[in-house]
Design a protein around this ligand. Structure first.
Ligand SMILES: O=C(O)C(=O)C[C@H](O)[C@H](O)COP(=O)(O)O
Length: 205
């Protein structure tokens, strides 16, 4: 499935950093209640694969793996129920492993050269990362002028306040961010606040 298809029209991708599988149900309920049943679970914590597995097993969320750096992690993501894989940069080994498994993959790219490498691998959607630090929307505009066939998922430093300005650009499929699933909210079990931050966007679909 293509990356755009797997995102299912959701225009925000909550980027989750969670080491507590016991919080997965609360998180899943909060995202569903907020009308944003999608999550990118970053492989940056020891228990990330278990968190991903619990969220995916619910069946009411599209769950992917983030910060995937190796083909071995792609296998772990696949076995855990991930439907998509996101990387901070472009690794041909990661992309090829995803393609072999039929997993949608969104590699990071912030330069024309990286986008050309993604195109060479048969991809048309990249994570523009780190979005704000790389120059933000003006860079998306410049890159999409050269690559009209490419779709972007800007992630990194994006806030609720500026997400809409990215999403207004036709080359932007979705934006990724952690503000609706901020680690302090997850640690404190503030599920109503997670739901509120999802629901308030008005840009979720
Ligand atoms: O590790 C990865 O692959 C990532 O996706 C890093 C993300 O860009 C940030 O976790 C997004 O977080 P914020 O910048 O707080 O919205």
């Amino acid at each position: 499935m293509s990356a755009v298809d797997v995102l299912g029209g959701h225009r925000l991708v909550p980027v989750v950093v969670l080491n507590d599988p016991g919080a997965a149900d609360g998180l899943g309920d909060a995202l569903v209640a907020g009308g944003l049943p999608i999550a990118e679970v970053t492989f940056r914590t020891r228990e990330a694969a278990t968190v991903l597995r619990r969220l995916a097993a619910r069946g009411d969320l599209v769950v992917g793996a983030g910060t995937v750096l190796t083909a071995t992690q792609v296998d772990l993501a696949y076995e855990s129920g991930a439907k998509f894989v996101v990387s901070p940069g472009l690794s041909a080994a990661v992309v090829r492993r995803c393609q072999a498994l039929g997993l949608a993959v969104i590699p990071g790219a912030s330069t024309a050269t990286e986008i050309m490498a993604a195109l060479d691998l048969g991809l048309d959607t990249v994570k523009f990362f780190p979005a704000e630090a790389s120059g933000g929307l003006p860079v998306v505009k410049a890159l999409s002028a050269a690559f009209p066939q490419v779709r972007f998922v800007p992630t990194g430093g994006v806030t609720a306040e500026i997400a809409g300005t990215y999403l207004a650009h036709p080359a932007v499929t979705a934006v990724g961010g952690s503000w609706m699933v901020a680690p302090d909210l997850l640690a404190a079990g503030k599920w109503d606040e997670v739901t509120a931050r999802c629901a308030v966007q008005g840009v979720t679909s």
